[in-house]
Design a protein around this ligand. Structure first.
Ligand code: PEP
Ligand code: MG
Length: 325
């Protein structure tokens, strides 16, 4: 199947209406980087940094992290890599950290909450990223930001580290882009100042969906109960698109749904112009986008909404079945 999509590798994900969707890939290992060439992804929209912390039985050293991040940036050959800072705590317990006994780990002391309350590890990771970038552009995004203040604090922490590196005489990134992941409904209602302050926003749909529907993503009994194409959810996502558009803040979507062709179509039709997915999904998503007009997909979504459908999926599938190959 990958062969079938190989001919599309150099082509844009351009819909019949002319809209172009940037397709990026998700990664978490050095070994993922060759897929950048193979898949035709424009960059790494989400680099999950947890693995480097989970595979060892001790805390990785700053120099080890810096060397890995540098190799990742080199392998990307100038393409953008969005490094997501450590999303750990609660369920993903580091073997060398005292475990927390929390009744609801997904809603517990995790990700940026740990980073801001006990900034030692986050600062070390930021230093490694800053050193690795040396003279190159650097893109950092913070996981699980739930309010404006957290973003401001995390950004200030980052700028302080850049300043510190500079004053120590180390080279610093040529450019710095600092974004936030939108993974909780609260952030979608943050003040306008948040949307202006973020250099970009990336929707972490896996978490956002679990909190929107109050359905644990790890619980087989409920995790597929609510459809991504549920119209309440689409209307909510559409609000995020609008808020970003108002202040012209770049928006992307990096949850697993971005890599599901029909879901990707719906997201693109809502206005997401940047999708990040596992490398194997790039071909199928691109092939489908190139076959259709997003304006027509949008019309189908609007029709489903007006009809009071629970999910846009039945109408969308029916419409798709009538589209020429
Ligand atoms: C997400 O929540 O959608 C996401 C991309 O992050 P993760 O799957 O690592 O929680
Ligand atoms: Mg997440």
């Amino acid at each position: 199947a990958q062969k079938r999509y190989a001919s599309l590798r150099g082509l844009p994900a351009e819909a019949k209406c002319g809209a172009v969707i940037a397709l990026h890939m998700n990664a978490g290992l050095m070994a993922d980087l060759p897929s950048l060439e193979g898949s035709g992804a424009e960059g790494v929209g989400l680099f999950r940094t947890e693995l480097q912390f989970l595979i060892r039985n001790r805390m990785p050293k700053r120099a080890e992290l810096a060397s890995l991040y540098k190799r990742v940036m080199e392998a990307a050959h100038g393409r953008r890599v969005a490094f997501r800072t450590l999303d750990i705590g609660s369920d993903k317990v580091l073997p060398y950290m005292k475990p927390n006994d929390e009744p609801n780990p997904a809603m517990g002391w995790r990700a940026i909450r740990v980073g801001l309350d006990k900034p030692g590890v986050l600062r070390m990771q930021l230093q490694a990223l800053i050193r690795a970038a040396a003279g190159r552009p650097l893109t950092i995004m913070f996981p699980f930001i739930t309010e404006y203040e957290e973003f401001i604090e995390a950004r200030a922490l980052t700028l302080r580290e850049v300043h510190r590196e500079k004053s120590l005489g180390h080279p610093v990134p040529e450019r710095l882009e600092i974004g936030a992941m939108c993974e909780t409904p609260s952030l979608a209602y943050a003040p306008r100042a948040f949307f202006e302050a973020a250099d970009f926003i990336s929707v972490g749909g896996n978490d956002l969906k679990q909190f929107f529907f109050a359905a644990d993503r790890e619980n087989e009994r409920v995790r597929r109960r609510y459809d991504t194409l549920n119209l309440s959810f689409l209307s909510f996502l559409s609000g995020i698109v609008r808020r970003c558009d108002e202040v012209q803040t770049p928006l992307s979507f990096c949850g697993e749904d971005a890599g599901r062709p029909v879901e990707a179509l719906a997201l693109a039709a809502l206005g997401f112009r940047n999708l990040s997915m596992r490398p194997a999904s790039i071909g199928p998503v691109k092939a489908l986008i190139r076959r259709i007009s997003l304006a027509e997909v949008r019309a189908v979504l609007d029709e489903a909404q007006a009809a009071g459908d629970a999910s846009a999926r039945p109408r969308l599938m029916e419409w798709l079945s009538r589209q020429p190959e």
